[in-house]
Design a binder for this molecule. Sequence first.
Ligand code: ADP
Length: 578
Amino acid sequence: MNIMKKFFKLSRAEWPLLGLGLFFLAISSAALLAYPHFIKDIIDRAMSNKDQSQLNQAALFALAIFIIQSITSALRYYYFTLAGEKTVKRLRHKLFSQILGQDITFFDQQKTGELLGRLGSDTALLQNALSVNISMLVRSFVQALGGIAMMFATSAKLSSFILLIIPPLGFLAARFGKKVRAFSKKTQDALATSSGVAEESIGNVRTVKAFAQEGLEEKRYNERLEASFELSKQKIKVVASFTNMVTMVGFAAVVFIVWYGGKLVITGELTVGTLTSFLLYVITVSFSVGMLGSLWTDFMSAFGASTRIFELLEKPVEDLKIGKNKFPEGDIEFNNVSFSYPTRKEFAVLNDLSFKLRPQETVAVVGSSGAGKSTLVQLLLRFYDVNSGSITFGGTNSKDLSLETIRHSIGLVAQEPILVSESLRENIRYGNPSATDADVEAAAKLAFAHDFIKSFPQGYNTLVGERGIQLSGGQKQRVAIARALLKNPQVLILDEATSALDSESEHLVQMALDRELGKRTTLIIAHRLSTVKRADKILVMSEGTIVETGTHDELYQNNDGLYHKLVNKQFEQTKEQR
Ligand code: ADP
């Protein structure tokens, strides 16, 4: 089985541990299988000879064997489980880095919640299978085989019936395994979808509550749950009938042996001790086979769940290092760029678009919403590749530069800055992990963030996010600016979100930015026109292309121009709001 091979490969580093486990398994199984043999001795020799010392000796042997058996089986459990847990830990780590390593297109197509679901519940199934279950599986397997061998050694005549049971049982197990696997895969998929819905509802809880739509969200989630439950129900049915069948076969075998063995004892072909030990072997084997049956279910579920995990693990990741690693100085140019998003190929977002950013120049991009402004940023960062045309940095095609170089050289202050659940200091340091505390504070001062940070009792150590304080929009923005400034990038991109700020915050953010203008190439995606007047050049975008270029004054003079209209429209809106 292909998946089996993958598991073997995955656990390669744990082979020494598994080897130790196997060693103890061999001893403990041998000890367990030796036990009925002593019982036979006790019954046939000590008891029929009425020999007390032989009885004592046999009992002591049995005791010793049991002690060995319990110690070695504890060690077997320890090593196998440890190996399994280590494998799962490695798998989780690999899966996480694999997910993070995907390109942006992958995330356009996947729901966060689904990915988290995979990371959590699919690997949990595997964890179960690979840890405790694998130890029980090998034990049951070895004991079943060993037990069967001992049955033949004890009485070949009585054992031959086993040969009749095995083929149909094997056939059943194979068919059943396939079914469970398929169900499990579907169940896990359904579960992942429901995690996706949950993530959406919980992540957007403010919107949900604002519209008082808790009921609707609950219904949406419940529908997905119901789907996965239906699948589980079908799986349980299959499992129950299979377990029932295995148990029935086991008990029927015991009854048959007592009956047939009893006849052999009556005719004198078999001793009572032999029959007893034989029965003990049969019970060991039945128990082990029953166990194998239920473990088989778990394994098939885990294999089902792992299909998607392996699919993910085998997806190629972005290589951040391929390409030139020196960021070229000079102009940044868009040359006849056309682009459509991979998820919406038929819709051209940018059409034959060209412009140039000179070193140290501040360029603002304006245009109505949906014109393609933010798309420019995504292309600059090479989240996507252009369909035709090119983007060049100092004459070098951005495709020839490594992703790491591009992303290290561009600082982005996003429209909705995301802070991680760490201290404010670590949030700013995100821009440059090697920066000292003094550097962090200097950047915060430049971004007008130092004063408000200092006003918190814990200052720079204040935690933000879910476990800490929530910052206002303006504060977040200034932390994000500090973060970008600490990175000291060659190119600064501001995807403005000033519309979310009150005028005091806006003023502070504006001051922070003004001070930085002219120090490096700066591209401002302006959603508010009041902020673009200081730019050296304004690009006016409409429907994926640049329709006007110039300074504020130049552009505003053209009464028929788009810029003129945009400014007037916004001016009127502001007036209405007052
Ligand atoms: P702007 O920033 O000017 O408001 P955008 O660049 O965000 O405009 O969007 C331009 C067009 O691209 C819009 O029609 C939008 O629906 C589409 N778009 C934006 N991001 C994506 C994406 N990740 N996948 C598919 N389409 C997108």
